[in-house]
Design a protein around this ligand. Structure first.
Ligand SMILES: NC(=O)c1ccc[n+]([C@@H]2O[C@H](COP(=O)([O-])OP(=O)(O)OC[C@H]3O[C@@H](n4cnc5c(N)ncnc54)[C@H](O)[C@@H]3O)[C@@H](O)[C@H]2O)c1
Length: 257
């Protein structure tokens, strides 16, 4: 499927990786790009900057009805959805047992699973239902779902147990979802980024970011959101990629801490 003339729905599309995907889709001539993000102001600002082919919708990915409303708005504006790129996500760091011996608080763990995993599944399921009525394209393709995991799904560090669980869940969903949706012509691919320079690290002091940037094998720097978006475009356009998880990480394998 070509990005040109496709309608792309991007969760978390107001910032970082998602915003880079929105920009790339517009530059590649997408028929429409829908930003679904809990940050209404940032979503509107990006849509205003990029012009009429971008629709900003605001909503929380943990609220099923808000996803439905955004999909309805996408269909009303552009007629259909061809591609979902799921980038909405949040980080959290907490050890299983704290240094002073206290068990982890359960709420952040449950919240991370709710946003990063259950929200991703809900958006994928609802977008797939919308895609399933599309006219099939070449090879019978009706849609593409791209989910964003993390290399923390494989190399989770100290304090990343909740985040790794949420991203490992996305890795685990990839093949069975591709098997569920193959009969209707929808491909499912997950991207597992390493360390990419986005506002997700806004909390980090400069020296921490500098330290992280030295960790990849080559190139020895943080990834850029544009490199992620480049891979997303390739996945959309390569019809034989399906049911796979692709790392984009400069050969980084995270140490325990
Ligand atoms: N940046 C990295 O190094 C990196 C590495 C691996 C994986 N990831 C994953 O990539 C995805 C994008 O991260 P990013 O670095 O672009 O971060 P980011 O903070 O720049 O963007 C995340 C976006 O998701 C939105 N969002 C958060 N919670 C939401 C919710 N409940 N409902 C709807 N939207 C919500 C935010 O408003 C934000 O616009 C995340 O899932 C993250 O876990 C990032």
């Amino acid at each position: 499927m070509k990005i040109t003339d496709s309608v792309v729905f991007v969760t978390g599309g107001a910032s970082g990786l998602g915003a880079a995907v929105v920009r790339r889709c517009v530059a590649s001539g997408a028929k429409g790009v829908v930003i679904f993000d809990v940050s209404a102001d940032k979503a509107s600002a990006l849509a205003d900057e990029l012009g009429g082919t971008v629709l900003a919708t605001s909503g929380d990915i943990t609220d099923s009805a808000q996803i439905t409303a955004a999909i309805d708005a996408a269909k009303a504006t552009f007629g259909r959805i061809d591609v979902l790129v799921g980038c909405a996500g949040i980080p959290w760091a907490e050890r299983t047992v704290s240094r002073d011996g206290a068990a982890a608080t359960l709420m952040p763990f449950a919240k991370l699973i709710g946003v990063n995993l259950v929200g991703m599944f809900d958006a994928a399921s609802q977008c797939a239902a919308a895609m399933s009525v599309n006219e099939p394209r070449e090879d019978g393709e009706r849609g593409v779902i791209i989910m964003t995991a993390s290399i923390a799904a494989f190399d989770g560090q100290v304090g990343q147990v909740a985040y790794s669980a949420s991203k490992g869940g996305i890795v685990g969903m990839t093949l069975p979802m591709a098997r569920d949706l193959g009969p209707v012509g929808i491909r499912v691919v997950t991207v597992a980024p390493g360390l990419v320079d986005t506002p997700i690290y806004d909390f980090a002091p400069p020296e921490l970011k500098e330290g992280l940037a030295k960790q990849p094998v080559f190139p020895r720097r943080l990834g850029t959101p544009a490199e992620f978006a480049h891979l997303v475009e390739h996945i959309v356009e390569n019809p034989y990629l399906n049911g796979e998880v692709i790392r984009i990480d400069g050969a980084l394998r995270m140490p325990p801490k």
